[in-house]
Design a protein around this ligand. Structure first.
Ligand SMILES: [Zn+2]
Length: 367
């Protein structure tokens, strides 16, 4: 009986707007445990910290098409036995009365759920500052797309306290470059802070690891699994004229800067572009490392500093997110370059950066 109810809940959710479901990718349910090869600092790998308990079980997830702003999650606290990882999915398919199409949709939701749980296991086993439980505690959901290696791009939304739809929307992303561990770890710290905060005046969408293949496929690398520098693959106006020429002549074909064969060729970049088009963020925050500065593209006034990061405009590169979203689309893009890729900032700095970012948002973007 309970399974039937769950199936109906999931299906009513599907019908009401969960429209960005993609097909189950080959192998998506189990990207596999990568060997830990990270080096240095707090983000050196831990021993396997696999947990036997999952705080909550995400049953069905999705993004509404109309606004892209409501990630709906059906969460059970007690109806299913505690377990974790790929094994914890509840089989809702094959219920009496389900149509084949309903069974297929349920199977897709289950595969998405399993892929996010598997991602948390990999992230928790890779990063020294984020445990499997830390990742699971955030109840990340499938963000609507898979990477080259069929890992999910996982997200969490924090809705504003009031239901005012005019509250500014912030898209905050880490790990566009897979070997910048701290840019991913700090996302989890800020999600914890936001969860414990009473200041819910913005709609936040966190994507802590936009390039999980780069982080998790063996030794972490900057690029995605196709060898593309995602931050040179955005479809900026100058991409066709300049991106490959810049790569050939200015970087001497440095593989770490390869912009791809054509603009937005990569699924991870396509996902970010889709977020910009559907979620329509008022501000984008992109976290990198290790240049120890603050960069900014687009209107209006940039923050002078965020924590210990001081404004230092780097200019734009063909195919960069700042070029595409900031200059071409006019969306403020705050790029935070943490001081080290492998060592997390001190806790007080993590808190200070969050506070300074909020202060700047209140000053410039509160509606
Ligand atoms: Zn970077």
């Amino acid at each position: 009986m309970i399974n039937k109810i769950l199936a109906l809940i999931a299906l009513s959710f599907l019908i009401s707007g969960c429209t960005q479901l993609t097909n189950i990718p080959p192998g998506a349910t189990s990207p596999g445990d990568s060997s830990s090869t990270a080096v240095g600092g707090q983000d050196t790998p831990l021993a396997d910290t696999d947990s036997s308990e999952s705080p909550r079980q995400v049953i069905a997830v999705g993004v509404t098409e109309e606004t892209g702003s409501d990630l709906s999650t059906i969460i059970l606290d007690s109806d299913i036995p505690p377990s974790t990882g790929e094994d914890s999915a509840v089989d809702l398919s094959g219920m009496p009365g389900n149509t084949a199409a309903e069974d297929l949709q349920i199977a897709q939701l289950e595969a998405q759920q399993r892929s996010v749980l598997a991602l948390c296991r990999e992230i928790g086993n890779k990063l020294g500052s984020v445990t499997v439980d830390d990742c699971l505690a955030q109840s990340l959901v499938f963000g609507g797309a898979y990477t080259v290696q069929s890992r999910p791009i996982a997200v969490r939304d924090f809705l504003p306290e009031s239901s005012d739809e005019d509250k500014p929307k912030i898209l905050i992303m880490g790990g566009i470059h897979g070997d910048e561990y701290s840019s991913i770890s700090i996302m989890f710290k800020w999600m914890e802070q936001l969860e414990n905060s009473k200041n819910r005046d913005f709609h936040w969408r966190f994507a802590p690891s936009v390039n999980p293949d780069g982080l998790l496929d063996g030794q972490a690398v900057r690029q995605n699994a196709n060898g593309v520098d995602l931050n040179r693959n955005f479809p900026s106006d100058d991409w066709l004229d300049l991106a490959q020429e810049y790569w050939a002549n200015t970087t001497s074909r440095n593989p770490r800067r390869y912009p791809g064969s054509h603009p937005a060729s990569e699924p991870e970049v396509q996902w970010v572009v889709e977020q910009i088009n559907s979620y329509k963020p008022d501000v984008i925050v992109s976290v990198h490392a290790p240049y120890h500065l603050l960069d900014y593209d687009g209107p209006p006034e940039p923050p002078e500093r965020i924590g210990e990061l001081h404004l230092h405009l780097l200019g734009v590169y063909p195919g960069s997110l700042g070029n595409y979203a900031g200059l071409n689309l006019g969306i403020p893009v705050v790029t935070m370059e943490l001081p080290s890729a492998g060592i997390m900032p001190a806790d007080e700095q993590i808190t200070k950066m969050w506070k300074d970012l909020l202060d700047w948002l209140y000053e410039h973007h509160e509606s």
